[in-house]
Design a protein around this ligand. Sequence first.
Ligand code: NAG
Ligand code: NAG
Length: 172
Amino acid sequence: MTTSFKGFSKIFLFFTFFISLHSFTGLSMEFQVGGDDGWVVPSKNHDHYNDWASRNRFKVNDTLKFTYKKDSVLVVTEEEYEKCRSAHPIFFSNNGDTIYTLDRSGLFYFISGVSGHCERGLKMIIKVLEIESPPQSANQTTPSSAKSAAATSNYASFVMFIFSLFGAILFV
Ligand SMILES: *[C@@H]1O[C@H](CO)[C@@H](O)[C@H](O)[C@H]1NC(C)=O
Ligand SMILES: *[C@@H]1O[C@H](CO)[C@@H](O)[C@H](O)[C@H]1NC(C)=O
């Protein structure tokens, strides 16, 4: 009982540590798109990749790793995503092992360039979170409650970071 609890708390601490490291320090992360299966036409769930994306949080400068065989990765506009085709993709790669850097906040639309694959679910929308930054200018219209909420959230993630750092050092 005790051992498994310790094992669990170790894993938990590691997990908290890396999550808070990610959100607090702004280190960029690499995501393996779709997990171990990589970038392949999903066998059952048509929303497989958007489900995967919704389970992750993406920041500016994080990277996506696409692994596939005899396929391709295109970054396209929203309209082209809906139509599942693009004559002039924003980005194209078919080398089987594509690293794509999310270089701005906002939405990215990915599709497969192989005929029929996008229609069968090989497509994905990625939402990259806004960069947390101080207000653009000294514009007094920003409600002070919003400011203090942001400050509190930064403070909370800092405390979590320190806590998990100590936890990691003490218990491992
Ligand atoms: C992303 O990386 C670029 C180039 O390394 C850097 O100039 C930029 O500040 C980074 N942006 C963020 C939000 O970390
Ligand atoms: C404050 O915001 C308003 C509306 O967004 C804008 O018109 C104004 O120029 C801003 N003032 C400054 C000092 O940035």
